[in-house]
Design a protein around this ligand. Sequence first.
Ligand code: PLP
Ligand code: SF4
Length: 314
Amino acid sequence: MRGAFRNSKDLLDYLNLPNTGNFIENEFSTLVTKSFANRMKNTYDDPLLRQVLPDVKERNAHSAFVEDPLNEFSTSNKNSPNILQKYQKRALLITSNACAINCRYCFRRHFPYKLHRPKNIEQAIFEIGLDSSISEIILSGGDPLILDDEGLQAIFQQIDNIKTIKTIRIHTRLPIVLPQRISEGLIHTLACTDKKLVVVVHVNHPNELDHETKRAFDCLKNSGAWLLNQSVLLKGVNDDAQILIDLSNKLFDQGVLPYYLHLPDKVAKTMHFFVDTKKGQRIHKKMQANLPGYLLPNLIKEIPGQPSKTIISA
Ligand SMILES: *Cc1c(COP(=O)(O)O)cnc(C)c1O
Ligand code: SF4
């Protein structure tokens, strides 16, 4: 992380791009790993650059685009504010408040991590263990793999002792933006658990995948994890059926199955990425006509208060 870009100017200099002034630093700081930047082309239209450069368009405001469209700020457990449980049988644990990259469209970019401080993870896992209806624990954040190997090992050991938990799921973007993080120590921790293991990665565009991500995925697979991918449908990045068809095929080449394609949430400062449901359905239909069923992600939307994510059909 020491080599990561922490302001747009350094990133643009690295890409040899002229400073157009069409970007602004704001409270959600620029953060991009060198590894991710190395997969960008030297143009402002680059789909990877677009995901991380703070465009002046973040100033665009509309009353429908709010800080907490999913009502997450209040969906928390009194004793352990770092547990988010919206659905039956699955509890999500905020294990870290940081990521290795700051995606401008992030639905948790305004999340009050200060109030949901992941400091007492032990207490939170203990609470989850008390509720025998919960069979799956989702490590999320932030990015759980930002924790060091020891921290993760402690979490895994504690969960291993809870009989009612059958599955540990990790939601992470690290294998893509910092593939070096998939270390021997981490693989050892994953390989040692008796629980079923699911790793859901986050890739939006085929250019994000290269030999480094392939190596990281191979290591995760060898530890016994199922690998799935979720993407967000983003204007100017991947709002095109052919790009998403290529993405599904490339993910499969690298041993990952597409899981969810999220319609973007109406998050403040992300209006310039918005794709509406109709357009999403048109794109999804074309994907369906060009992919085997097992490479077609579910097109979904999160509607607050619903008992699950909502599948949008064509
Ligand atoms: C999305 C989400 C899940 C996982 O839902 P799946 O449909 O099982 O992938 C669990 N908990 C929370 C709080 C979520 O937002
Ligand atoms: S990796 Fe995920 S949680 Fe982190 S900034 Fe990107 S979208 Fe948000």
